[in-house]
Design a protein around this ligand. Structure first.
Ligand code: FAD
Length: 287
């Protein structure tokens, strides 16, 4: 099913993200993880794509496993290091496997990377345009409540976002954030600038202290004082930190919903128990 249809009518949706394995020998395990996650009945599940394209095959396999588990799949696709031909092959495979939803991304720029020639796409909006020529897909894009690290300022960031949306995006999924005010302000600014498609809030449950340092490094997002205090108090004890992280993420989602945000995407990091506990914490709210 197209995600644009799932997001219709202001319904509350909660979706999950999984990442594909790096090695073939772990494929069956990741498929089993998908099966476990599906039991929590997410609105859809997304599967990430390696920026270098090396995990492309596994992305397709996992997208198929998601659909086989009875859940709609959203397949990520990055363009930075793939030629136009490679993109066409990947998109054709998705089509052959009846995957209808693609999250069109650029990918992070590897250190020292230079664009080889015009067979490569420099920005995600070009990938959106290309996918549009290849079939009737529902296409999503990424957005950044605290600005993409390469953007000079918020105005520029939203101008380029609008350009990408105008290429025909059906929805946006946000980078993770821990401070709801940042997301709510961002959504307001998008609406003022005429971006009217659904903006799905990306929530990362932080379940160990090491993970948060890495996540902040990669995402450029700020961490509220309240969360630092939780880490200071519970960071040394894995079980306590996991419980606190799940509760923080659940409260973040409840607060977003109380502020009118109906679409939530959880970066579940292939942890079915985390996904299940968050869904249990929301059971009456999302039923
Ligand atoms: P773009 O939309 O191209 O934006 C990148 C930068 O270029 C921004 O600063 C933007 O303002 C600027 N820009 C855009 N258009 C123009 C223009 N016309 N001229 C000049 N500047 C412009 N990475 C992976 O490798 N695999 C994944 O599966 C993956 N999934 C993700 C899922 C989500 C929800 C998010 C938020 C990110 C994900 N990423 C993933 C990371 C993403 O690839 C990086 O953040 C990347 O640096 C930017 O990708 P983008 O699609 O937002 O790029």
């Amino acid at each position: 099913m197209k995600i644009s249809r799932i997001l219709k009518d202001n319904r509350v949706t909660v979706s999950f993200e999984v990442f594909p394995p790096k090695k073939w020998e772990n494929l069956e395990h990741t498929k089993a993880v998908v099966g476990e996650m599906a039991k929590a009945q997410p609105s859809f599940m997304s599967v990430t794509y390696g920026a270098s394209g090396t995990q492309a095959g596994f992305t397709q396999e996992i997208a198929n496993a998601i659909e086989d588990s009875g859940v709609t799949a959203l397949s990520h696709l990055t363009c930075l290091t793939s030629t136009r031909d490679k993109i066409h092959r990947v998109v054709s495979d998705l089509k052959e496997n009846s995957i209808e939803n693609i999250l069109a991304l650029r990918g992070d720029i590897p250190e020292g990377f230079e664009f080889p020639d015009d067979q490569y796409f420099e920005h995600a909006y070009q990938l959106v345009n290309e996918i549009k020529t290849m079939g009737d897909f529902c296409i999503g894009g990424a957005c950044y409540p605290e600005i993409h690290p390469e953007s000079a300022n918020r105005v520029e960031d939203i101008e380029y976002l609008k350009q990408k949306v105008d290429c025909g995006l059906d929805f946006l999924t946000s980078q993770m954030f821990f401070d709801n005010e940042k997301f709510l302000n961002f959504v307001e600014m998008c609406r003022v600038k005429g971006i009217e498609i659904p903006i799905i809030a990306g929530i990362m449950p932080i379940t160990n202290a090491k993970q948060i340092r890495r996540s902040i490094e990669l995402s450029n997002c700020s961490v509220p004082e309240k969360f630092y205090r939780i880490m200071e108090r519970f960071g040394e004890d894995d079980a306590s930190m996991k419980q606190a992280g799940i509760i923080y993420a659940t409260e973040q989602i409840i607060d977003l919903m109380a502020n009118g945000i109906n679409n939530i995407h959880i970066y579940t990091m292939n942890k079915p128990d985390v996904a299940e506990k968050i869904m249990n914490g929301l059971s009456e709210i999302i039923k």
